[in-house]
Design a protein around this ligand. Sequence first.
Ligand code: ADP
Length: 192
Amino acid sequence: MPRQKTLKMQAPLIAADVESSRLEIVVADITSLSVDAIVNAANVTLLGGGGVDGAIHRAGGPQLLGECKTLGGCETGSAKITRGYRLSALNVIHAVGPVWHGGARNEDDLLASCYRTALALARERKLRSVAFPAISTGVYGFPADRAARIAVGTVLSEIRAQPRGIERVIFCCFSDESADHHAVAFWECGLA
Ligand code: ADP
């Protein structure tokens, strides 16, 4: 049996079952979640930054940065995995979202690719619960409604394409507004 942590968090605002997985929307600080992996909205250096990246590194401690230093950075649209160190989460999947430039620089595909790569890494490691922040919607300026549609749509099609393995995907929103965007995306995808 793979090592797994029990989820301890507030009840989700919305939950939907897809195949053998549960997709949830919660409003929380992602560093507080006890899951197999939290996803970080990192930058190409993987050496920490502001926003959720800063919060994850503060909570994970210096060993997290130490492991990140060994990874040689990461391309936009891709992701790399480390252990979680002082975090409640067992692992951190560092995904590099695109900076929003108006939509003509392949931003949608690059954002979808972050979610796909993160889920592929989770599957490879046999992780069962993964929590995503709203990648690229902070400093990187991606429109939050558009990003939520991409996040939910991509996760949904990945779960449908490979229905076994990941049991729980959490969209960890940092504001009610962000949760509303994800709720609309659930509804548009027929999940709510
Ligand atoms: P990016 O550079 O990819 O835009 P940011 O960290 O600036 O990354 O923002 C990404 C999203 O993460 C934003 O919606 C922001 O509100 C959210 N966020 C910031 N801190 C946290 C946190 N501790 N837990 C969950 N989400 C967070």
